[in-house]
Structure formats: structure tokens, C-alpha cells
Design a protein around this ligand. Structure first.
Ligand code: GLU
Length: 417
């Protein structure tokens, strides 16, 4: 996964004429740590879990990125995700580098007490890194709300002082920002609105969403409110399908009651969701779900990536051939880290913003970033993903050059920084 992630770096670096030294610099994480986390289970036994944190690159600021609890977590995945955070924070121009962490565990199989044990053990293991000026964790898969609250409590207890800006995505009562819980879905919708014409998506265009977690739900609701038809939704157990558009509130209630979207409407297989006919396909679950073979079978006009890394790099060329535009994760799901940045700013200044202020500033930043990505894509006659990489790389090169390490950048503009 990490190896694949760097394929896109190489291609952007070649287009931009970045020197080999810069590419070499961005090829390796600053540090990747593994720790064993001993957890006491409810039956009294001890289980030792593997935890990871990768601080990929801090040339643009303290490292930033979520922590996920998922059985797929391993060192390779965490490094790839931390690399993408480095690119993502540069695309939306936050004063942060990139990081990611995780624990290899099925959070759904843990009791609340066991989950709290994992959250606190994680913070104890990586406490030396966690700091508002060094490394700032946040939620990711299965670490929303209460998990972040336990983590914030643990770091505060360990450091014996309030550390609100050291972790973002906190509940409001602990210094969290208004709008952070819906930020990823809101941001994805704002990108869709800004790019709808370019993607050829008119009024009533159909959308299929893989995943029905927090970001997917928020996105789907906002898209439906704006007149799109959300025709298919899947989760890990099944799918729901209605060509006329699903009733999303009723679907959410069905999932809350039964644990799945399965059995709500239509007869669509979970795995068939990706190849179902739609105007816009929105992978919002796991990474790596679209490989080159599957890419040939897609029946959509465009893809908007809410998950991190849902399209494998080997599928990029196929999608281009099939003229399927991709709004890349490093732009489409950046709403979360943008509002995390707002939270960090509010925690540091003590000036807390109204919901409308957060929403306006999120929209403004995504508008500017989306337009900058489109500008790069047009200038270099490439897709939006490559455009986003080019933009990020310009900014990373400018930061590296400004730090005076070496004259890394041969292209015009950023080298003058
Ligand atoms: N985990 C989210 C992401 O992948 C949010 C990270 C953050 O808020 O720092 O972008």
C-alpha cells in the first residue's frame, strides 16, 4: 500500500520537474513507531494489541492525522495513510505535516470498558509525540466521539496540565469545535457542488455510496437535500437500492434498528454496489476497493473519494481511459482535517467560533483549494488527482526550500519562496 502510494508522488514529481533530492526526502517517513498495548479484557485475561503511529513529514508544521481502530491496521497501511495526510494538508494549505496512527483490533468486538482500555493504552504508548506543536491525533475509523474523549483525558492526566490543542475531534465539552462531527461529509458535498459542472452532473444526478458511516451519511443527506438522487447505499453486511432515490432518514433508522442497511429496499448485493449504474460513485468505506479489473466494470461518470485510498494506483490509467473523473480523497475528504485545524486554532486562542463561522471558513477553504486543484489539472492537462498532487508538491517543495535545506526545486515559482 505504501509502495503504491508513492507511485503517484513519482508521477507528480516528474511532471513538476522536482529534483531527485526532494523525492528522496518525501519517500520516507520522519518516524514510525510500533508499540505493544496490553489490554485487560472483561473476562480478566490480558490481550496484547499492536499499535502504530507514523509521523510522516513535518516540514510544513506539526504532524496531523487520525488514529484508526481496525483489524486491517499494520505498519504499511499506517505509513501510506500518513503519507496521504502529508499531501492532504498541503492541498488545503494547512500549517501541518502528515501523520496517522492505528491499532489492529476489531473495535466492534470490544465492550465499552475494553475500548476505553485500548484508547488510554494507545495514548500512554505514544505520549511523547502527542503535543500541539509536534503531533496532533484525531478521529479516524472507529475512533469518533467517546474514544477521542478518553484519549484527551489520558494525555491531560499524564502531562498534568490541560492540553486541549494536542488532540482534535474532541466532544464540545472538552474543547471540540462546532461542525467537526459533520465536517468530512460537509466537505465532500462542498467539493461536489464546486465540481458538479465539470463532472457533468446535472440536477437529479444519481449517486451510489459505498459505506454508511458518519461521513457517508452526512454527505448523502446533503446531496439529497440539494436535489441529487441517492439511489444505492451499502455497508459491510448488505446494500439498499431504489432508482427513484432512497429515503435516507428511514434508511438511517433501519440501520440503527437492525445494524445494517440490508433489507431496507431493493435487491442489490453488497459487492455489486460499486458496479451499479449511477452518475457518481462515492466509495466511503475501506481503502483499495477499486483495482484495475474492477475499474473496467464501473458504470459511473465520476468518482468522489470519501474513504482514504479507495482507488488503487494501478486503476488510475484505466479510469482515465474510460474517461471517469476522480475527485481524489486528498481533496474530497479534507473537510475533517480542515475543521480539526479550526479546532486547534480555537483551542490555542481561546476564541470559540459560532457554527456559521466554521461553516463559512470551511466552504471558503475548500472553494479555494478545489479551484487551485482544477487550475493545476488544466495547466498540466491531467486529472484532478494529479492536479492535487502537483499543488501539494509545489507547497512541500516551497517549504523545504524555505527551510534552506537545499535548492531542491527546479520548477518556476516555488523555488523563489
Ligand atoms: N482521519 C481524518 C482524515 O483522514 C481526519 C484527520 C484529522 O482531523 O486530523 O483526514
Amino acid at each position: 500500500m505504501f509502495h503504491d502510494a508513492k507511485a503517484r508522488l513519482d508521477s507528480a514529481a516528474a511532471t513538476l520537474g522536482v529534483t531527485a533530492e526532494v523525492v528522496e526526502r518525501l519517500r520516507y517517513p520522519d518516524e514510525t513507531l510500533c508499540a505493544s498495548l496490553p489490554i485487560r479484557l472483561d473476562d480478566g485475561s490480558i490481550r496484547v494489541l499492536k499499535g502504530f503511529r507514523c509521523r510522516y513529514n513535518e516540514v510544513r508544521g506539526p504532524t496531523k492525522g487520525g488514529i484508526r481502530f481496525h483489524p486491517s491496521v499494520g505498519i504499511d497501511e499506517v505509513m501510506a495513510l500518513a503519507f496521504w495526510m502529508t499531501i492532504k494538508t498541503a492541498v488545503v494549505d494547512l500549517p501541518f505535516g502528515g501523520a496517522k496512527g492505528g491499532v489492529a483490533v476489531d473495535a466492534k468486538g470490544l465492550s465499552p470498558r475494553e475500548l476505553e482500555g485500548v484508547a488510554r493504552a494507545y495514548v500512554r504508548a505514544f505520549a511523547e509525540m502527542i503535543d500541539e506543536d509536534r503531533d496532533i491525533p484525531a478521529p479516524d475509523m472507529y475512533t469518533g466521539g467517546i474514544v477521542i474523549a478518553w484519549m484527551t483525558d489520558e494525555i491531560t492526566a499524564l502531562e498534568r496540565r490541560p492540553m486541549p490543542a494536542a488532540i482534535t475531534g474532541k466532544p464540545r465539552q472538552l474543547g471540540g469545535s462546532l461542525g467537526r462531527d459533520t465536517a468530512t461529509g460537509d466537505g465532500a458535498f462542498l467539493c461536489l457542488e464546486r465540481l458538479a459542472d465539470r463532472l457533468g452532473l446535472g440536477q437529479g444526478a444519481s449517486i451510489a455510496v459505498q459505506g454508511f458511516g458518519n461521513a457517508a451519511r452526512v454527505f448523502a443527506r446533503r446531496a439529497a437535500e440539494a436535489g441529487y438522487r441517492v439511489t444505492a447505499v451499502s455497508d459491510s453486511s448488505g446494500a439498499a437500492h431504489d432508482p427513484g432515490g432512497l429515503d435516507l432518514d428511514a434508511l438511517a433508522s433501519h440501520k440503527n434498528e437492525t445494524g445494517s442497511v440490508e433489507g431496507f429496499a431493493g435487491a442489490l448485493d453488497r459487492d455489486a454496489l460499486l458496479t451499479t449504474e449511477c452518475d457518481l460513485l462515492v466509495p466511503a468505506a475501506l481503502g483499495g476497493v477499486i483495482d484495475a479489473d474492477l475499474a473496467r466494470k464501473l458504470r459511473c461518470k465520476a468518482i468522489l473519494e470519501i474513504a482514504n485510498g479507495p482507488v488503487q494506483p494501478a486503476a488510475d490509467a484505466v479510469l482515465e481511459e474510460c474517461r471517469i473523473d476522480v475527485v481524489p480523497d486528498i481533496l474530497a475528504n479534507a473537510g475533517g482535517v480542515i475543521v480539526s485545524y479550526f479546532e486547534w486554532v480555537q483551542n490555542r486562542t481561546g476564541d470559540y467560533w459560532a457554527a456559521g463561522t466554521v461553516a463559512e471558513r470551511l466552504a471558503e477553504r475548500l472553494r479555494t483549494s478545489t479551484d487551485a486543484v482544477v487550475e493545476r489539472a488544466e495547466r498540466h492537462a491531467c486529472g484532478l488527482r494529479q492536479g492535487a498532487y502537483l499543488l501539494a508538491l509545489e507547497r512541500l517543495c516551497a517549504a523545504i526550500a524555505a527551510k534552506g535545506t537545499q535548492a531542491f526545486y527546479n520548477g518556476g515559482g516555488a523555488g523563489d519562496a
